[in-house]
Design a protein around this ligand. Sequence first.
Ligand code: P1T
Length: 379
Amino acid sequence: MKFNTKTIHGGQEHDKAYGAVMPPIYQTSTYAQSTPGGHKGYEYSRTHNPTRNALENAFASIENGNYGLAFGSGLAAIDAIIKLLKPGDEVVSTNDLYGGTYRLFTKIYESFGIKFHFIGMENADKIESYVNNNTKLIWVETPTNPMLNIIDIKAVSKVAKKHNILLAVDNTFATPYLQRPLDLGADIVMHSATKYLGGHSDVVMGALVVKNKELADRLYFIQNASGAICGPQDSFLVLRGIKTLHVRMQRHCENGKAVAEFLANHPKIEKVYWPGFETHPNHEIAKSQMDNFGGMLSFTTKGNDYDASVKIVEKLKIFTLAESLGGVESLSGHPASMTHASIPKEEREKTGVIDSLIRLSVGIEDIDDLINDLKQALD
Ligand code: P1T
C-alpha cells in the first residue's frame, strides 16, 4: 500500500458489529466478563481500548513500523522512552529541541540519576566522543524545533548500531509524509500527535512506533504500568486527522515554501531558517532523507530587537499568536518567551534561539492572504 492509501486504510478494518466504516468511540473504562478471565480480548481501558488500538495500528502503518502506542501527550510518549533507562545510564541528545523535552530531561530525569549530553548533531561523527559504556539512548529531533536544523538519521543510526545504543527520533515536524525514521535505521519514532497527525489543534496526544517486538513489549508494559494513555474520543479525532495527513502536508509544504521565499526577500528580515533553501547548511541531507521541506520555518529581524519581534507577532491577524504547530490554521510564536522559555537564555542562544526569533507554523489557508498578513505586520 502506498502512503496516501495507508493514511486512510493502514491498519484499519471495518467494525465487526455493524460494519461502521470508522471505528466506534468505545467510551468505556471496562468490559464485561462471563467468568473471571472470560472476556473478548479487552479487560480494562488503561490496558486496551478498541478505538485506541485502531489508532495505534494506523500509527504503525504510516511510519512503516510493526507496533504503535498512543499516549496522553507527546511528552508522555517521550517519558515512556526514558523509562526504558535506569540510574547511571546516559543519553546523547540534540541541543536544539523542544523546550518541554529539555525540561523533562533536565528537571525530572537528571534527578533520577540519568545523565544527558546536549550536543549539535549536524556532524554525526561528533556523537562518538560522547558515547561510553553507560550510553543507552541517542535522542534526535529533525528538523529541530525551532531552528530547523537537519540531522542525518542514517549516519546517526550507524553510530547507534555500532555501539548497540537505541536511537529515538522525534518526527513531529516532518511527519511520515516527509520522512520515515524507522526506514533510516531508527529504533523508535516519536510524535507529538497534537501537531500534524491530529492536524486540527483540537487534541493533545503522543505516539510511538517501533519495529522490534521485544522493544514494543517493554514500551507496552510502561504504557500500561504508568498509565499515561489517551482517551477514546481523542483517539477517534487523531485517526480522523491522519486520513487527510497527505493532502494537508502537500499544502503545508507549498505554503511553507512561498512564505520562506517571501521572507527571505523582505528588507527587514535578517535570516530565514528553512531546510528547503540551498544555502541551508544541511540542505543536501534534508533533500536525501525528506520528500519535501514542510510548513515550519523560523526567522530573525534585523537588529535582534525583542520588542520589534513581539510587535510583529501582535500585528499578525491570520497567523494566530499561540503555542503549538501543525494545525490547518497558521500560527506564529516567539520561542524565547514561549515554547523555549524553559531553556536557560545562555543555552538557547547557543543554538540560535535569540530574542528576535519568530517561528511560523504555516497553515493551509490561501497563500495570498498569508503573504499579505505578513506584509502588513512587517510594515
Ligand atoms: O505538547 P506535547 O503533545 O506534549 O508534545 C511535546 C513536543 C514534542 N516534540 C516536539 C518536536 C514538539 O514540538 C512538542 C510540542 N511542541 C509545542 C507545543 C510547540 O509549540 O513547539
